[in-house]
Ligand binder design. Structure first.
Ligand code: ATP
Ligand code: ZN
Length: 305
């Protein structure tokens, strides 16, 4: 254990006191200072280096509602979705809005749902984009994406943010190549974290499905080993936090957007997602708030400061 390591319960208060990661009045929405941002960017750079050779695409923090609907998101995770609502009334409606607004009443009724939603995972906008290219080439596509994600899970746990950034490597291709990609990345991600001086635990996991069907869906996901998580002790030593996830989607997404291999074979997809703030938090937890006191190999590895 590093002498500068923080106890779990001290992580959030110490980061806030130092001005590194400061809460706002909305739980799970933070102000990050240059030190936190430097670590997040350093982790992102290191992930990109690990994904060398992958194509790079960047998407907006919002995506078409229609594209997310096509992927079936509303069936599984309606409770996590953030939706973009906009005022699109006339002057009469604006006057009513101002009366409510100035009188301190609820004026949100003036907003209507737009054609946009907040992107809940960095890879979601990718599938429609790839489908637009036509059939997948024989080796498929391997794409590295990074973006701001939103999930409606307000919490005081700094590792559970409403707005966070995710870096993913996604492979779309023949079923065996996709399975191999996913399994390789479990090991690569584990080595990546070990290389940063962290000690992850690899576990079979499931997604937080909504509603009555959740238990059945979670069990099916676990039985088929569709999701692995690499966990680290971040804000609790009892409940470790998933800092990287490696997911096999089978033909769930490819089928939804109509993606096939050029020879007509079925295409599958898989992604590995790095929660950049979570990895950064694990590093701050392990090595402390002062970046210049982090071990030399970790600083060199990340090329921070
Ligand atoms: P959890 O089980 O903790 O909700 P998850 O495994 O469902 O997370 P994924 O949907 O697989 O998360 O997302 C990929 C990665 O994004 C996770 O491994 C994690 O590092 C990061 N992530 C997910 N949710 C959050 C969040 N609320 N705040 C910060 N990072 C997150
Ligand atoms: Zn993904």
């Amino acid at each position: 254990l590093s002498p500068t390591a923080l106890p779990a319960s001290e992580l959030a208060p110490a980061l806030a006191r130092a001005g590194v990661l400061v809460p706002t009045c909305a739980p799970g929405v933070y102000v990050q200072d240059a030190r936190f941002e430097a670590v997040v960017q350093a982790v992102a750079r290191a992930v990109r280096a690990k994904a060398a050779g992958a194509e790079r695409l960047r998407f907006a923090p919002v995506m078409p509602r229609a594209d997310l609907r096509q992927l079936g998101y509303f069936r599984s995770f309606p409770h996590l979705l953030g939706s973009v609502h906009c005022f699109c009334g006339d002057e009469v409606e604006h006057r009513a809005l101002l009366r409510a607004h100035n009188g301190g009443a609820d004026w949100s009724g003036a907003d209507r749902a737009s054609d946009l939603v907040l992107t809940p995972a960095a890879c979601y906008p990718l599938y429609a984009a790839l489908a637009g290219r036509g059939a997948a080439p024989p080796n498929g596509w391997t794409v590295e994406v990074q973006g701001a994600c939103f999930r409606r899970e307000p919490s005081d746990d700094p590792a559970r943010m409403q707005s966070f950034s995710m870096q993913e490597v996604v492979h779309v291709g023949a079923p065996l190549s996709v399975l191999t990609f996913r399994d390789d990345w479990v090991v690569r991600a584990e080595n990546f974290l070990i290389g940063l001086g962290l000690s992850p635990r690899v576990e079979i996991a499931s997604d937080p499905f909504f509603g009555r069907a959740a238990a059945v869906l979670k069990r099916a996901q676990r039985t088929q080993a569709l999701k692995y998580e690499l966990k680290l002790p971040v804000s609790s030593d009892e409940h470790w936090t998933a800092c990287v996830s490696a997911n096999l989607h089978l033909d769930g997404f490819t089928n939804a957007v109509g993606l096939e291999m050029a020879d007509g074979e079925i295409a599958h997809s898989a992604c590995v997602g790095f929660g950049l703030e979570r990895v950064a938090l694990a590093l701050f937890r392990t090595f402390g708030v002062e970046l210049d006191r982090w071990p030399e190999p970790v600083r060199t590895r990340l090329a921070v400061m």
